[in-house]
Ligand binder design. Sequence first.
Ligand code: NAD
Length: 436
Amino acid sequence: MRVTMIGAGYVGLVSGACFADFGHQVTCIDRDKSRVAALARGEIPIFEPGLADLVAANMRQGRLEFAAEISRVKSAEAVFIAVGTPSRRGDGHADLSFVYDAVREIAPHLSANAVVVTKSTVPVGTGDEIENILRERRPDAEIQVVSNPEFLREGAAIQDFKHPDRIVVGTDDPRARTVLAEIYRPLYLNAPPIIYVSRRTAELIKYAANAFLATKITFINEIADLCERVGADVQEVARGMGLDNRIGGKFLHAGPGFGGSCFPKDATALLKTAQDHGVPLRIVETVSAVNDQRKRAMARKVVAALHGSIRGKTIAVLGLTFKPNTDDTRDSPAIPLIVALNDLGATVRAYDPAGMDQAKPQLPAVAYCNSAYSAAEGADAVVIATEWEQFRALDLVRLKSVMAQPVIVDLRNIYRADEMKRAKFRYFAIGRPGVD
Ligand SMILES: NC(=O)c1ccc[n+]([C@@H]2O[C@H](COP(=O)([O-])OP(=O)(O)OC[C@H]3O[C@@H](n4cnc5c(N)ncnc54)[C@H](O)[C@@H]3O)[C@@H](O)[C@H]2O)c1
């Protein structure tokens, strides 16, 4: 099958490379010429484990290519739209300008019976609007518009794409269903269910799933706050809850609040859709508000660990990305944390294995270091903001020897209080007893 991806970002590039690996003939088109040139040279613009090898292998075998010219869409049987849908400035609605621009740009070049598939996360009704644009511009054609939301996670994107829990296909058109079934056929060996639903239902499934996961995280975060007050351990509470099959253990890790390129903006966009339709989603509203407050409140934990003031102190922050194994710092909890630490008069030194280039424009006042130990030099406290693998087994003797004071604020609960006690650190965690 000839497949074209519009947008070669996280979703477009990973999906395109995986479709090529299934055996399809894939062209990834991106309007960013420097990105396309880099990809054509085999350089991967994002940090995603395994992606460079997958792209290289499929380019070598002639199944994957990159282009900046939109006209290259012309022979595609299926065209996936995988452009960004960020929060619109000012009102929080999903900004659909990239999606509609892409549709207008591809319209004159599409073959008469192409299937246009929205992989971008878009509000209910966007597929209808795409169909209107295509009808207006291509009255001659029989183009079908399908919603096929993507559920991959950054950091585990290839595994997620190739072993999905489900594939959601939103269309009532039998021909479009056949095309999507053919594209995903190689996955049938792993037997993921394909759910065929209406386009509007598919669009809503994606938002409902993300809002629910965000709710789960926020729920356990609030339970963590209660644990701190009553002397319980949130990790044990989460384990005790999660072993119940009706609940499940995933997304029950207390931390500094959810971030990333999807949950915050998708929760807000879902709220806007609901408001437009006069249906209040009070749970999601609360989740969004609680999470925003939580990210800012994390600085207070550091202040408390340093006895009420951080003015003139040096704080080392380990981790800037919103989670490990990505270079993505969009809406990362580390960003408002560092802004607040700076506002309260602290000097911040930071290290992240992959996200420092992305963080620099947002956090110009930070001293960027080349390792956890160099960030900790002279620090009054080390704050673990992202649970990168390499932060899980720090040499505590070495760490302590370079710090001004042995204080660790572990916002990801990756250490145990007893080992910190042995290493003579003062240790503060989330929803668990520490060492003071
Ligand atoms: N990142 C994730 O983990 C993830 C997971 C599931 C769903 N999504 C959704 O997928 C969509 C894409 O997200 P992303 O993280 O891949 O975005 P991204 O910003 O990484 O990539 C978008 C790409 O589209 C390109 N682009 C924009 N307009 C274009 C046009 N008219 N023609 C060609 N290229 C164009 C941009 O240059 C950019 O490279 C969003 O709706 C997002 O919510 C993302």
